[in-house]
Design a protein around this ligand. Structure first.
Ligand SMILES: C[S@@+](CC[C@H](N)C(=O)[O-])C[C@H]1O[C@@H](n2cnc3c(N)ncnc32)[C@H](O)[C@@H]1O
Length: 257
């Protein structure tokens, strides 16, 4: 993969650098039933969708936009065919450093991680001369931490990279049930978000925020349909707690698989 340097590389992802050391404990290795249930369902559904569109005679690259510590790509690598390549892009230096460390510990092949701002309109340059079909993902409500003024560009980058043969997949927390779902998801991640204030759960704006500047937007299903320009039926991410099943998020795609 081509390494391209330009002004967008100056964005340093500082907030996420600070949170990176807590990320795996609070998400990937969380023992909380909502968090662990969410991420295992999220990966199971994303893996199934990838398998559904993959043809045996085609080359594929899974691109993870805002890849964090590499959780999604390392998990998918265990599920998908050996021939698939993986590319994780994240704006935070520390997140990228942690994913590279994990990669060398696991001796994981066919995966690259690069510090990159995924809102950069020149993102296609990274894949110059690469003719694989792209499956472009953005998981665990990463769309909600993208600056609102750059959100449109971010979604356009995803769908353009996916092209007509690929797929764009977004896992977003359930904005239609914010009041119930948001505390269930953020309280177990308190060590990572560092602070939960009285007004952290903003039901009007559908956002989780705190006085340290952390802000994560949630979206209703209708809003996600507009952002992805797709009427494909979202797949619920369900978690069962005490025999009751709740929908904590959905996987949205830019076309029906
Ligand atoms: C909620 S974490 C999710 C990480 C990963 N997607 C996962 O599911 O485990 C959000 C990640 O998005 C990254 N991020 C935020 N804005 C970004 C941008 N403009 N470009 C690339 N990465 C970004 C952050 O650094 C952070 O690692």
């Amino acid at each position: 993969m081509l390494v391209v340097r330009n002004m967008w590389d100056d964005v340093d992802g500082k907030a996420w650098n600070d949170m990176s050391s807590q990320y795996d404990d609070n998400v990937e290795n969380s023992s909380d039933p909502v968090i662990s249930g969410y991420i295992s369902e999220e990966i199971r559904i994303a893996g199934e969708l990838c398998k559904k569109i993959m043809k045996p005679d085609e080359k594929y690259t899974v691109i993870d936009m805002g890849s964090g510590t590499g959780r999604v790509l390392f998990s998918l690598q265990k599920i998908l065919d050996n021939s698939v390549s993986y590319c994780g892009l994240d704006v935070s230096k520390s997140m990228i450093r942690m994913s590279k460390n994990k990669q060398s510990e696991m001796s994981a092949k066919n995966i690259s991680f690069q510090k990159y701002d995924a809102t950069n309109p020149a993102i296609d340059d990274l894949f110059d001369g690469d003719n694989s079909v792209k499956i472009v993902m953005c998981m665990y409500n990463t769309v909600g931490v993208i600056d609102a003024t750059l959100r449109r560009q971010f979604f356009d980058n995803m769908t353009r990279l996916a092209g007509k043969d690929g797929l764009a997949l977004v896992s977003a927390f359930n904005g239609d049930d914010f009041t119930f779902a948001a505390p269930m998801m953020y309280v177990p991640m308190k060590a990572m978000v560092q602070q939960i204030d009285e007004d952290s759960f903003d039901e009007k704006k559908l956002a989780f925020k705190n006085g340290l500047g952390y802000y994560s937007q949630w979206f209703t299903q209708n809003q996600m349909v507009q952002l992805l320009h797709s009427a494909a039926e979202p797949i619920p991410i369900n978690v069962t707690l005490n025999n009751n099943t709740h929908t904590f998020g959905h996987i949205f795609s830019n076309h029906t698989v």
